[in-house]
Write a protein that binds this ligand. Structure first.
Ligand code: FES
Length: 283
């Protein structure tokens, strides 16, 4: 199975379809605030994994009820709930998928295809149940569950092996040793300019505004882009840094994500000034 998944990650034959679909998704899901909503910017982590709980839970519960006598109506209700709730989950997933790296998009394409087959089978199951053909409805639902399970397996690979929509900067905190680390002489730190420094082996950015200095991890949580090379801009009255790779935008006074494709906030580090020297440590 691992060898198969590695082949899938490298399957460049999928890129033609993937690139077209990516352009279509980017052209269709607009404006930016809709994209941000679907990325989960408003909750500070990706929305898609949260939304999929509803169809998965409904369909699994329906599969159990289908094995029990006298539960047709309840099973039909759950199949309907799962089918309807799968649609927003799919849209959020497509929105995330369009911002992934190429090898991730290949696996994501097959993940989406499996789930689409699953969704179509569940829609057929619902139609059959509503027209009184419960045996057909049950059979289609079990086929749908099989397809959706294959999709879920690929989704797990995409997230946990390939790191899609995970916070790709947070693990860097583990590389910083305990205690306060000197970063910069306050007298030489420029106002409202990004400055990059190292804490142990970890790159951080400094942004001074008056006597306050924000220190945050430099690697973008989306796909490790260099925030130190990003532009500083203002969003809703807040100074923000824009990732130069895909445009994720983070508040410089707190790290909250303002625009995706990152659904995750950026990690800010505590600071203090001792004898005119700015110091930081792991939170
Ligand atoms: S790496 Fe993709 S937005 Fe930063």
């Amino acid at each position: 199975m691992r060898a198969l998944l590695t082949k899938l990650e490298q399957a460049s034959a999928l890129d033609r379809v993937g690139d077209r679909l990516q352009r279509a998704v980017q052209a269709t899901i607009r404006p930016q605030r809709v994209r941000d909503l679907l990325h989960g910017v408003f909750i500070g982590h990706p929305l898609h994994p949260a939304l999929v709980q509803v169809p998965v839970g409904s369909w699994l519960s329906a599969a159990v009820l289908d094995l029990m006598p006298g539960q047709r109506r309840a099973a039909t209700t759950l199949v309907g709930l799962g089918t309807v709730s799968a649609l927003p989950a799919a849209v959020a997933g497509l929105n995330d998928w369009a911002g992934l790296a190429r090898d991730q998009r290949r696996v994501g394409l097959v993940h989406a295809a499996s789930n689409t087959v699953g969704l179509a089978l569940y829609a057929g199951s619902l139609a059959a149940r509503l027209s009184g053909r419960h045996g057909t409805g049950r059979a289609l639902a079990y086929l749908g569950l099989t397809a959706a399970s294959a999709g879920a397996y690929l989704g797990g690979h995409l997230a946990y092996k390939q790191g899609a929509q995970m916070n790709n900067s947070a693990p860097e905190l583990n590389l910083i040793s305990d205690g306060w680390h000197p970063l910069a002489d306050m007298a030489t730190l420029p106002q409202r300019k990004l400055v990059t420094r190292q804490v142990d082996e970890v790159s951080v950015i400094l942004y001074r505004h008056g006597d306050e200095v924000t220190v945050m991890l430099e690697r973008c949580p989306h796909q490790s882009g260099p925030l130190g090379q990003g532009e500083v801009t203002e969003v809703d009255g807040h100074a923000c840094v824009v990732c130069p790779w895909h445009g994720s935008t983070f508040r410089l006074n707190g790290g909250e994500v303002m625009h995706g494709p990152s659904g995750n906030d950026q990690q800010v580090l505590p600071t203090r000034v001792v004898d005119g020297v700015l110091q930081t440590r792991v939170p």
